[in-house]
Design a binder for this molecule. Structure first.
Ligand code: ATP
Ligand code: RIB
Length: 310
C-alpha cells in the first residue's frame, strides 16, 4: 500500500439502513404511506470509513456485524470501497445493526437504530486493531460507551490524534475525553451533551466553550447543518459557512464532514484549511439520497469546488 496516504482507524458501528421516502413523517399514532424504500449500507462508523476511503485515506475498520446476510453484504461493501476489514468480527450471537430511516419531502430524516452486533464491540477488539500504526483514530457513540472511552485512552497513550464525532445525541462523561484532539457534535448532539440548547451561533459558541472547558480538547467543531460549522480553539471561534445546494437527504452529512475534516486536517497539518473541503463534502452528501451512495470521491469534490472557483 502507498504509505504516503493518511492512515485512519475507525472504531464504530455498521448498519444496514432501511430508507423510506415519504411526503411527511407520521405523528404519534398515525399511519402514512411511503413512496419507495431501499436497503442502503450505513452506520455512523462505516459511513465515516467509506467517506475517508473514497477521499483517498487508507482506512482500517474495527467493529462487529452479525453472522447473517446483512453482515455479509456490509462487509463486502466495505471491502469494495477499499476499507481493511481484518478487525471486523462476525458475532455469532447477535444480528447486524439496522437503522430505519424515513426521509420526508424536505430531505429531513428521523433515525431509529437497532444496534445488534454494534452493541458488542469490545475493548479486546480495539486492542487488536491498535496493534497497527495510524495517523488518526475516528470514533462515534454508536458502540458501547466504555469501548469508546477505552479507545480514546489507548490511542492517546500511543500519541495518535483522536477525533470524536459525538453522535448520536446522548450524555457522556466528558472527563473521559480529556485532551482529545477534536470533539465534533452537531446541534442536537451538542445540546444533549452540554444541556445548552444549540440553535444559533451564540448558543453554539456557549456549548463549544463548555465542551472545551470540560474536555480540554484541542478543537471543538460544532456542525451547524446548512449554516456550516463553528470551530472553537483556545478562546477564539470562527464560522465556516456551508455551500448552497438543494438538500434531498441529509443522512451521513455529519459523518462525511467529520471524515473529510480528519483526512485533510492530517494531510494539511491545519484544521482551518480543512474546513472548506469538509463543507464541500457535506454539501455533496446532502444533495444525494442515502448514506454511503451519497459519499463523494476526491474527484467529485475537486469538480464541486472548481465549479465554485475554489
Ligand atoms: P446527519 O444527518 O448525518 O446526522 P449531522 O446532523 O450530523 O448530519 P449536519 O450538521 O446536518 O450534520 O451537517 C454536517 C455538515 O454537512 C455541515 O456542517 C455542512 O457542511 C453540510 N451540510 C449539512 N446540511 C447542509 C445543507 N442543507 N446545505 C449545505 N451543506 C449542508
Ligand atoms: O449518521 C447516519 C447514520 O446513522 C445512518 O447511516 C444510520 O445507520 C445511523 O447509524
Amino acid at each position: 500500500m502507498d504509505k504516503s496516504r493518511v492512515r485512519i482507524l475507525v472504531v464504530g458501528s455498521i448498519n444496514m439502513d432501511l430508507v423510506m421516502s415519504l411526503e411527511r413523517a407520521p405523528e404519534a399514532g398515525e399511519t402514512v404511506l411511503g413512496d419507495s424504500y431501499t436497503y442502503i449500507p450505513g452506520g455512523k462508523g462505516a459511513n465515516q470509513a467509506v467517506a475517508a476511503a473514497r477521499l483517498g485515506a487508507e482506512v482500517t475498520f474495527c467493529g462487529r456485524v452479525g453472522d447473517d446476510a446483512n453482515g455479509e453484504i456490509l462487509l463486502e461493501n466495505l471491502r469494495k470501497n477499499g476499507v481493511d476489514t481484518a478487525y471486523i468480527t462476525k458475532d455469532k450471537d447477535s444480528q447486524t445493526g439496522l437503522a430505519a430511516i424515513p426521509v420526508d419531502a424536505t430531505g429531513q430524516n428521523r433515525i431509529i437504530v437497532f444496534p445488534g452486533a454494534n452493541g458488542r464491540v469490545s475493548k479486546e477488539d480495539v486492542d487488536k486493531a491498535l496493534e497497527q500504526t495510524y495517523d488518526a483514530v475516528m470514533m462515534q457513540l454508536e458502540i458501547p460507551l466504555e469501548t469508546v472511552y477505552y479507545t480514546y485512552k489507548k490511542a492517546a497513550e500511543k500519541g495518535i490524534p483522536v477525533i470524536l464525532d459525538a453522535g448520536p445525541a446522548m450524555k457522556v462523561d466528558l472527563s473521559r475525553f480529556e485532551g482529545i484532539s477534536v470533539i465534533s457534535p452537531n446541534e442536537s448532539e451538542a445540546s444533549a451533551i452540554t444541556g445548552i440548547k444549540v440553535q444559533d451561533e451564540e448558543s453554539a459558541l456557549e456549548a463549544a466553550r463548555y465542551l472545551a472547558r470540560e474536555t480540554k480538547a484541542g478543537y471543538v467543531l460544532i456542525k451547524l447543518g446548512s449554516k456550516g460549522a463553528l470551530l472553537y480553539e483556545d478562546g477564539r471561534h470562527e464560522i465556516f459557512p456551508a455551500f448552497k445546494v438543494k438538500a434531498v437527504d441529509t443522512t451521513a452529512a455529519g459523518d462525511s464532514f467529520t471524515a473529510a475534516m480528519t483526512l485533510k486536517m492530517i494531510e494539511y497539518g491545519d484544521i482551518r484549511k480543512a474546513m472548506p473541503y469538509a463543507n464541500a463534502v457535506g454539501a455533496i452528501c446532502v444533495s444525494r439520497m442515502g448514506a454511503q451512495p451519497s459519499l463523494p470521491t476526491a474527484e467529485d469534490v475537486s469538480e464541486f469546488m472548481a465549479q465554485r472557483g475554489l
